[in-house]
Each structure stands twice: as structure tokens, then as C-alpha cells.
Design a binder for this molecule. Structure first.
Ligand code: HEM
Length: 59
């Protein structure tokens, strides 16, 4: 999602990396208001699904 300079592109990133980041946001281990809300709204299954999807997107 290369929307702007402050928002990292995740296309082609490893699924395990993305899931790990989303879990951290969801647990509050990493603070980022927008990502905290998004990550907590997703179930574990959805976090994995979105990570798998981003993995197969071209970088
Ligand atoms: C399903 C939608 C989304 C997913 C799966 C997602 C996933 C992620 C992940 C995995 C990171 C960590 C990247 C890294 O540290 O390398 C991240 C960071 C970030 N995302 Fe998202 N994101 C989503 C939507 C959004 C939206 C809608 C916004 C803003 C409107 C946003 C703003 C940001 C920002 C600002 C960061 C950097 C925060 C920080 O410094 O920790 N994301 N996102």
C-alpha cells in the first residue's frame, strides 16, 4: 500500500513479517493509532489472510 512516504509498501513482503507486525499493533506492543485500530478489528484468521494476499502482490 504505497500511499505516501509515511506509509510503508507491503506488497511482496513476507506473510510472517506482516502477521507479526499486525499482532504487535493489535496487542499494543507497537503504537500507531491507525494501525492499532485496524489490527484489533481483524481476527487472527483475517490477519493471516490479508498477509497472504499482500505476499502474492507484486512489490
Ligand atoms: C488492511 C489494511 C492494512 C494492513 C494489512 C496494514 C498493514 C501494515 C503493516 C504490516 C505495517 C507495518 C509495516 C512495517 O513496519 O514494515 C503498517 C504500518 C503502517 N500503516 Fe498500515 N495497514 C493497513 C492499512 C492502513 C491504513 C488504512 C493506514 C492509514 C490510513 C495505514 C497506515 C500505516 C502507517 C502510518 C504505518 C506505519 C506505522 C508505524 O510507524 O508503526 N495502514 N501497516
Amino acid at each position: 500500500m504505497p500511499i505516501g512516504p509515511d506509509m510503508p509498501s507491503l506488497n511482496g513482503q513476507h506473510a510472517a513479517y506482516i502477521v507479526d507486525k499486525l499482532r504487535r499493533y493489535a496487542r499494543g506492543g507497537r503504537q500507531a493509532p491507525m494501525m492499532g485500530q485496524i489490527a484489533t478489528s481483524l481476527s487472527e484468521f483475517e490477519r493471516r489472510a490479508v498477509a497472504e494476499f499482500l505476499t502474492i502482490c507484486r512489490p
